[in-house]
Design a protein around this ligand. Structure first.
Ligand code: NAD
Length: 403
């Protein structure tokens, strides 16, 4: 779902046929193969993609996804979400994304990973050196993979999400979770007129986004009563001590459903729980036509990209469950990437708290812009955020004389 169809917002904004074409058609798609040898001497061929959706605002920016279910179609959809995310937050980046489709059931050890990313750079070196595409971590990739990319290029601004010691940004690791948590806080305080400490929250996914979202919300007094990863979840009606849970599962490789201070639940039970705020932070399409009718929360804060399908979105709308869209809530990652890129070019350094402050400032500004327009137009948050992003893109396309 993520982005609403342009026909849904046509009553509120003038979109010429040329603008529509430029917003619907990808500017560039690169398909290639990343081939490598495993430690057992097996040769593996992986399909890989880079998609530039619309780069009117600047170079294509978006993370690298690495998983068995990666596809060109998914990479296209995610590149489009990046265009809207960058436009909504007014960053000087276009929408891009990259995907590496891993084979099923392959154990990828550290050395194989390094080989994958060296080969990835080799295949798209010109795009990266020219700064036309600037990767970052996404589902299935992390700061150490970005360090390998940097090691192959030695150009600091060519990749973001690097470890702090090699030019990464203090706070980049936590940045996406920070913006998801800030979006949650704004909604709870300003729309629900509640204090975070009176709110019951469930978070699906305990990887980069889920764990840092839970951390900040916990620190701000919220009760996180359920969390999960791909193997299942845990429930504690009194709320988890998230710092303790961090110590139990310092990386996403530890199965959190084995944590002793909670009752085991399934991901289905977590999503369908009677709670105030549901924050899906795992993967796409987890709320869909099969389960949307069973969702009982008051609001969904989209931490993951595209966690609600189009059919799911429609069902939730009819049930009166509001959704704050991904391209607002999880934009902390790209906001931090922008600061890292800016510092790499200028030589400036930023303290962690300043990273968080810059993210909070941008999210807060966007949240109130969306809120104000939504109240006037009486449409969904997703539709309103799309109008604001599309308006910004059309204006920029005018300025560049594309239209
Ligand atoms: P990650 O790989 O660090 O963690 C993913 C987590 O989700 C893990 O805990 C995993 O066990 C769990 N998971 C995976 N599939 C699941 C399923 N089917 N059901 C339940 N749990 C499942 O990934 P991440 O970086 O945290 O990204 C999560 C989502 O957030 C993705 O949609 C990604 O595109 C989006 N996102 C990430 C960033 C970022 O900076 N990392 C930025 C913006 C958006």
């Amino acid at each position: 779902m993520a982005i609403v169809k342009l026909e849904e917002i046509r009553n509120f904004i003038d979109i010429s046929p040329a603008s529509e074409m430029l917003l619907e058609k990808n500017e560039k798609e690169i398909s290639f193969s990343v081939n490598f040898k495993t430690k057992d001497n097996e040769i593996v061929f992986c399909d890989a993609y880079v998609v530039y959706h619309n780069v009117v605002l600047g170079p294509a920016k978006g993370g690298i996804r690495m998983a068995p279910n990666v596809s060109l179609e998914e990479t296209r959809r995610l590149a489009k979400i990046m265009t809207y995310k960058n436009a909504l937050t007014e960053l000087p980046f276009g929408g891009g994304k990259s995907g590496i489709k891993l084979p099923d059931n392959k154990d990828i050890d550290e050395f194989t990973r390094i080989a994958i990313f060296k080969e990835y750079v080799h295949m798209i070196r010109e795009e990266l050196v020219a700064g036309h595409y600037i990767p970052a971590p996404d589902f299935g990739t992390d700061q150490f993979d970005m360090a390998v990319i940097y090691g192959e290029l030695h150009i600091p601004e060519c990749v973001t999400g690097k470890p702090v010691k090699i030019g990464g940004l203090p706070g980049r690791l936590e940045a996406t979770g920070r913006s998801v948590a800030t979006s949650t806080k704004l909604y709870v305080n300003d729309i629900m007129k509640e204090d975070l400490k009176n709110i019951k929250i469930a978070i699906q996914g305990f990887g980069n986004v889920g764990r840092w979202t839970s951390y900040f919300l916990y620190k701000w007094g919220a009760k996180i009563i359920a969390v999960s990863d791909i193997n299942g979840g845990i429930y504690n009606e009194n709320g988890f001590d998230i710092e303790k849970l961090f110590k139990y599962a310092p990386t996403k490789d530890i199965t959190i459903s084995d944590y002793p201070e909670g009752e085991k639940i399934t991901n289905k039970e977590l999503l369908e729980m009677e709670i105030d705020v549901l924050i899906p932070c795992a993967t796409e399409s987890v709320i869909n036509k099969e389960n949307a009718n069973n969702i009982k929360c008051k609001v969904i804060i989209e931490g993951a990209n595209d966690p609600v399908t189009e059919e799911g979105d429609e069902i939730l709308k009819n049930k009166g469950i509001e959704i704050l869209p991904d391209f607002l809530c999880n934009s902390g990652g790209v906001i931090a990437s922008y600061i890292e890129w800016r510092n790499a070019k200028s030589g400036n350094q930023t303290e962690k708290e300043d990273t968080f402050n810059e993210i909070d400032k941008k999210i807060t500004k966007c949240f109130y812009k969306i809120k104000e327009m939504k109240e006037k137009l009486n449409i969904t948050y997703r539709q309103t955020a799309t109008i604001l992003a599309v308006k910004f893109l059309i204006e920029a396309m005018h300025e560049r004389r594309w239209i």
